[in-house]
Design a binder for this molecule. Structure first.
Ligand SMILES: Nc1ncnc2c1ncn2[C@@H]1O[C@H](COP(=O)(O)OP(=O)(O)O)[C@@H](O)[C@H]1O
Ligand SMILES: Nc1ccn([C@@H]2O[C@H](COP(=O)(O)O)[C@@H](O)[C@H]2O)c(=O)n1
Length: 741
């Protein structure tokens, strides 16, 4: 038994239970692999997991910093949402609440449609005004929910980060609603819904247009069926009106674009469905006002109604109904998941087609029935396929982790992100391969020199095209704007022939329905490796050695350091007494979310931390499309949620004297510290925290590397193991293995 092994045993007080996994210690002295199978399991799941990621970070309660408020309020690790009373409800109560909101959602949708129909029949021909009031009341209502009832946070930071995307989304949203409402003046609601059911075709079209994605044959077949069905539904249809058809189609396209943006916004940890409604409704109002002023204001002023009060009362009631309808989206997602909501939304479209056709005796010729049947069949099939793929994605992600007691990651938050996986991912994809998202200083041989106050990205590979998220965003907007120009051309001609009035829906918030379409077939191919160890043990150097040996692979290193909580003003003034080595110094919600997103194949913007200012910088590093992710940090093996995502868990074990001497040199040279400060910090915080929190995580490692990067044998064996794991994943991805899952 190696000395390392014995030392480790001494440090593990509670050896009662054993892990099923085998830990290997690489010892270069005898070049042998020593089994270490008697570590205890999970005993030291430290207080952090109990208190939702919080802990005793000094000074963390002092100011209004949202991150700390989140902890105090009990921010849930998995969903990253505030824990409210309803989150603690038993399942039956949550299911009941979900059921009630689903009923409200469907009935409000139908009622809105009927009421609109009635409005038009009494001559209130102001579809844009109806949308305007509904959107305005939605804004006021969401303000009350967020600021008054604190049902969600006001996403100030996210708003600052994503304002362009929010504005664009609001514009699409306004155009979607307005165009749809206009269209339904001249075509039946059932026809409108049929046209809406063609959304998958546009999703696929945009994916092919923007990023050249190849689709599986079944999706293409379903889409072709939908298009043929939609075409047959309108051929010789007595209710067909070309402008109504055209506006409905344009509305569907905008809805697809909006869904693309919403799916991206929902990935932001600070944005809930409700806060997105809040942020997008006001700009939407400002987009709608000029359209309304141009189209309807003159007639609104000049056309007197026989019973002037009636339409206004109905419009007011509709506006409130629209708000509650929006609120029902929030609650359905809250009590179930976005996936569930998408399914309910799709079912509702079908219900609307059937009910409106029956109740309003919409006249069709035989071929239209065939078309509608085909559209619905294609629509059903497409959604079922996407749903199965989504479920498969989740399963395969979990299957690929080695931990047998893997927790399911299918929480609401994951669903939110999982469903709307990757259109935006791909829109915003950069092509950088080996990302080095390392907040450390430029000390590496291969590293691109950068000052610490700049984005501290270090390139561990020769690939040069590391771009910032801002560039990606610009590119995304550029692409979207080109699309808008293409799509917008004919929409300048506002409805000219409002014949054949049918009932309409006030609220056309279909984006969530469309989220389901944007989920594409995704395999979890990526390998996730965790490297833990004490400060200056050589974790980063080991990462570099691994990367060097895996030249042809796309590798990203993510540092736990990136997820340090930014210090508050108070904490900064007493920074010398802040414990950066305590688990509470990290934003675990954020880190866990990043790891899970990346593991699921989504892209994620990794924050940048500055060791000199003890704060996050503006820059983030987008990570996507990667073969291997190495998650490195002193406490990277600390939480079970993160460990469960890891395919290989490594602990770098370097003796404490060596670590101290390296740390002194490094912190003085690279982190703007002085000798006294480094020694004081080491003695007061670094060493005690190592003993209390870091060393106990060694038992979770599959592989322990004594002496870090000097241990060439260990690194070679790890690299060989990584290669074989990647090969396994490649084999699993071959088409004939799909059925095995
Ligand atoms: N095997 C080694 N021999 C000599 N110096 C090393 C070795 N490994 C790491 N170092 C140096 O020690 C310092 C800390 O190493 P690093 O890999 O950054 O540790 P960590 O990432 O664990 O904090 C760096 O300055 C690095 O160059
Ligand atoms: N503002 C900060 C943040 C962290 N530290 C120290 O960094 C160490 C972790 O980084 P390694 O590269 O050594 O893994 C940790 O021990 C913290 O004490 C800091 O000094 N200032």
């Amino acid at each position: 038994m190696s000395r390392d092994h014995r030392d480790d045993e001494q440090n593990n007080d509670d050896n009662n239970t054993t892990t099923a996994e085998t830990t290997i210690v690489f010892s270069e002295q005898n070049n042998s692999l020593l089994d270490e199978d008697d570590y205890d399991d999970g005993k030291q799941q430290v207080d952090l997991e109990k208190n939702g990621g919080g802990g005793g970070g000094k000074g963390k309660k002092k100011d209004g910093n949202k991150e700390y408020e989140r902890l105090e309020n009990g921010c849930d690790d998995k969903t990253n949402k505030f824990i409210t009373k309803s989150d603690e409800w038993p399942p039956w109560k949550r299911n009941l609440a979900a059921g009630i909101w689903i009923v409200i959602f469907v009935s409000l949708n139908l009622s809105l449609s009927f009421a609109n129909k009635y409005l038009f029949t009494i001559g209130f021909m102001n579809p844009v005004f109806v949308i305007l009031t509904g959107t305005f009341v939605t804004f006021v209502g969401s303000c009350i929910c967020v600021f008054g009832f604190k049902m969600s946070t006001f996403p100030k930071a996210a708003l600052k980060r994503r304002w362009k995307m929010i504005l664009l989304c609001s514009t699409f949203q306004a155009l979607t609603y307005v165009l749809e409402n206009i269209s339904i003046i001249s075509i039946p609601i059932s026809l409108n819904q049929i046209i809406k059911a063609t959304a998958p075709a546009f999703i696929i079209f945009f994916q092919i247009l923007i990023e050249g994605v190849r689709f599986d044959a079944t999706s293409i077949v379903c889409t072709v069926i939908i298009i043929i069905g939609a075409a047959l539904s309108v051929v010789k249809n007595p209710s067909f009106d070309k402008w109504g058809f055209f506006y409905s189609l344009a509305s569907t396209i905008f809805a697809v674009l909006q869904s693309i943006l919403i799916s991206s916004l929902q990935k932001d940890k600070d944005l809930t469905t409700l806060s997105i409604v809040l942020c997008t409704s006001l700009p939407s109002v400002f987009v709608i006002i000029p359209i309304w002023a141009y189209k309807e204001l003159p007639s609104l002023i000049h056309d007197p109604y026989p019973d002037p009060l009636k339409p206004w009362l109905i419009v007011g009631a509709l506006a409130f109904a629209a708000f509650f309808y929006n609120l029902s989206h929030f609650y359905i997602i809250k009590y179930t998941s976005a996936l569930y909501y998408a399914i309910v939304g799709n079912a509702k479209i079908i219900l609307l087609i059937v009910i409106s056709s029956v109740i309003f005796h919409t006249s069709y010729v035989a071929i239209n029935y065939v078309g509608m049947g085909l559209t619905l069949a294609g629509f059903f099939a497409y959604n079922i396929i996407k749903y199965r793929q989504k479920v498969f994605d989740s399963n395969s992600t979990i299957d690929h982790t080695e931990a047998s007691d893997c927790e399911s990651n299918n929480n609401n938050n994951n669903n939110n992100n999982g469903i709307c996986l990757d259109i935006l991912n791909r829109l915003g994809n950069n092509n950088n391969n080996n990302n080095y998202n390392n907040n450390k200083s430029p000390k590496r041989k291969n590293a691109t020199p950068k000052s610490q106050n700049q984005s501290p990205l270090l390139h561990s590979s020769p690939l040069p095209n590391q771009s910032s998220i801002n560039n990606n965003d610009k590119f995304t907007y550029f692409k979207l704007i080109i699309i808008i120009i293409i799509i917008n051309q004919p929409t300048n001609q506002i409805i000219s022939n409002p014949s054949n009035i049918q009932f309409q829906r006030l609220d056309n918030r279909i984006y969530s329905n469309l989220l389901l379409y944007s989920s594409s077939y995704y395999y979890s191919k990526m390998l996730m490796i965790c490297i833990a160890g004490g400060t200056a043990s050589g974790k980063t150097t080991v990462c570099e050695e691994i990367i060097k040996r895996l030249e042809n692979k796309r590798i990203s290193v993510i540092c736990l350091d990136s997820f340090y909580r930014p210090l508050t003003h108070d904490e900064l003034t007493t920074v010398a007494s802040y414990n950066f080595d305590h688990p509470s110094a990290f934003d675990w919600d954020y880190a866990t979310r990043a790891i899970k997103e990346l593991k699921s194949g989504n892209h994620f913007n990794i924050p940048t931390y500055c060791f000199k200012t003890h704060n996050r910088l503006e820059e983030t590093t987008p990570i996507a499309d990667i073969d291997v992710i190495i998650f490195e940090g002193i406490l990277s093996l600390y939480t079970q949620e993160i460990r469960d995502q890891m395919d290989i868990k490594i602990f770098v074990d370097t003796d404490s004297d060596t670590r101290l001497s390296r740390r002194v040199l490094r912190d003085i040279a690279e982190r703007g510290r002085n000798l006294e400060g480094v020694l004081y910090q080491y003695e007061k915080f670094v060493k005690p925290s190592f003993d209390e929190y870091i060393l106990p995580t060694k038992k979770y490692a599959d592989v322990i590397i004594p002496r870090g990067a000097d241990n060439v044998v260990a690194i070679d064996l790890i690299v060989r193991h990584i290669r074989s794991k990647l090969q396994d994943k490649d084999n699993n991805m071959k088409p004939n293995s799909v059925g095995n899952h």
